[in-house]
Design a protein around this ligand. Structure first.
Ligand code: NDP
Length: 288
């Protein structure tokens, strides 16, 4: 069997076109969705991610502003800045690019962002709502993964999902979202004994580890849907995922490539959340 490649770029393109139409409509109603991204420091990886976010926002018609500060910007200043955007009705989404320099508490920053503008979906209130299946901003990578699986028509209900990785931004929430879709979910992590015993029985395997070629083709069930979240830079400068792609695609039924898989959808879901936030604001205005 040779797997069908899940083309994240193509799925993202279709979603961006649909979002652009929604934004056009919102503009007719006098509202332009706007996103502010706050960056502290000059990490090349962060700058590259932000470039992608700006491009997507501009393509869709979302206003985009970057607030960029040097690495010695203080936590107090950052919290004040976030607060000013919480109270600025022109902006619908606030994203603080992670990771932050060590002297700034990630927890304090995430909790300072208004849950109503938390388009990354990291605020504990939004995480809690997601857990109990209430409407909330969903974290972008996990939400994008669910859309990708659905877009190829793969069944989720009743399937055994194995998530390798349990971070707060990818592993845990993607498992939760798939549980909400009636999958049976197993989480694996660095302390899991006999990892391959789990991956080998996964109908849907999500690899979110951050180690090149960590999941071998032999550890994948025949016909599994394989979602590779990992982004690893090789010594030759090329990017690759956590899954041994060339061999795995001879075993899986569907597989995401790296690059061109989960990444483009992650950015698109950020735009989706920003548009959703603007729509929420409009609804509240019309209701009041
Ligand atoms: P983290 O480093 O926060 O988490 C990695 C997870 O992998 C941890 O839960 C860790 O376990 C687990 N792990 C590490 N080593 C092993 C091992 N030997 N066996 C089993 N599990 C292991 O990473 P993130 O979740 O933030 O990201 C994961 C990957 O996804 C990275 O490559 C990142 O760059 C990429 N990424 C891609 C995005 C995209 O849009 N394409 C978005 C976000 C992330 P433990 O908890 O026990 O330490």
């Amino acid at each position: 069997m040779t797997a069908t490649i899940i083309d994240g770029k193509q799925i993202a393109k279709q979603k961006r076109e649909a979002l652009a139409k929604e934004v056009e409509q919102l503009k007719l109603e006098g509202l332009t969705p706007k996103l502010v991204v706050i960056l502290v420091g000059d990490s090349p990886a962060s700058l590259s991610y932000i470039k992608g976010k700006r491009k997507a926002a501009e393509e869709i018609g979302i206003g985009f502003k970057l607030e960029h500060f040097s690495g010695d910007y203080s936590e107090k200043e950052l919290l004040q800045l976030i607060n000013s955007y919480n109270n600025n009705s022109e902006f619908h989404g606030i994203l603080v690019q992670l990771p932050l320099p060590k002297h700034i508490s990630e927890k304090a920053v995430i909790e300072e962002i208004s849950p109503l503008k938390d388009v990354d979906g990291f605020h504990p209130l939004n995480v809690g709502k997601m857990m109990i299946g209430q409407e909330s901003f969903l974290p972008c990578t996990p939400a994008g993964i669910v859309e990708m699986i659905k877009s190829v028509g793969a069944e989720i209900k009743g399937k055994h999902v194995v998530v390798v990785g349990r971070s707060n931004i990818v592993g845990k929430p993607v498992g939760q979202l798939l549980l909400n879709e009636d999958a049976t979910v197993t989480y694996c992590h660095s302390k899991t004994a006999n990892l391959s015993e789990f991956t080998k029985v996964a109908d849907i395997l999500i690899a979110a580890v951050g180690r090149a070629d960590f999941i071998k083709a032999d550890d994948i069930k025949n016909g599994a849907v394989v979602i590779d979240v990992g982004v690893n830079r090789l010594d030759n400068g090329k990017l690759c995922g956590d899954v041994e792609f060339e061999k795995a695609k001879e075993v899986a039924s569907f597989i995401t490539p790296v690059p061109g898989g989960v990444g483009p959808m992650t950015i698109t879901m950020l735009a989706h959340n920003t548009v959703q936030s603007a729509k929420n604001q409009l609804k509240n205005l019309q209701g009041s």
